[in-house]
Design a protein around this ligand. Structure first.
Ligand code: HEC
Length: 155
């Protein structure tokens, strides 16, 4: 249950993001869609490119290569909160696979994001192959958990 304090906090956050929405209204739906796709493809995809060969045993555990991929992911995804305005459900020229559930179930979308984020933070702590292998599946589940509910299948 939410306490009154938490409701106050949420109202504050809403007011803040509305303010930011006005200040950042220059970002078009197409730009937001492009940016979130780049976060997914280059940011998340970049991590998988390094992680999967390690998981398969094709490459040795490489903390430096992983850190570089995580840093690139952070850079590609840092403006996440700006990309999901109601006006981004459809692009002008840009195609989107975002499902309406993102906006009808905003709390569920946020929860899916948080589940992935926590798994990802845990993976980043892995300092050797054994802990990496133990932590990785939860990250994959995090991607999948969100895509199943909030993303249309990619062609
Ligand atoms: C909180 C929800 C969420 C999480 C977590 C998430 N995604 Fe996504 N992903 C989406 C949505 C929504 C789209 C569709 C974006 C669009 O087309 O506008 C998407 C699209 C993609 C795409 C297609 C991009 C394109 O060019 O069209 C890839 C690839 C992808 N995600 C990979 C991942 C990977 C890998 C992870 C985990 C490491 C991940 N995503 C985590 C919601 C999520």
């Amino acid at each position: 249950m939410f306490s009154r304090f938490q409701f106050g906090l949420m109202a504050g956050v809403l007011a803040l993001s509305l303010g930011a929405g006005v200040a950042l209204a220059a970002m078009s739906a197409d730009d937001a869609i492009k940016a979130r796709k780049a976060c997914m493809k280059d940011g998340h995809g970049g991590v998988l490119k390094v992680a999967i060969p390690i998981m398969k045993g094709e490459k040795p555990f490489d903390g430096a290569a992983l850190k570089a991929a995580f840093d690139a992911e952070d850079a590609a995804c840092k403006d996440w909160s700006m990309w999901w305005g109601a006006d981004t459900q459809k692009g002008d020229k840009e195609q989107t696979h975002a499902l309406p559930a993102i906006w009808t179930d905003a709390k569920g979308f946020e929860a899916a994001g948080t589940a992935w984020y926590n798994a990802d933070q845990n993976l980043r702590k892995a300092a050797d192959l054994a802990s990496f292998k133990a932590a990785f599946p939860a990250v994959g589940d995090g991607c999948k958990g969100c895509h199943e509910k909030f993303r249309a299948p990619l062609q």
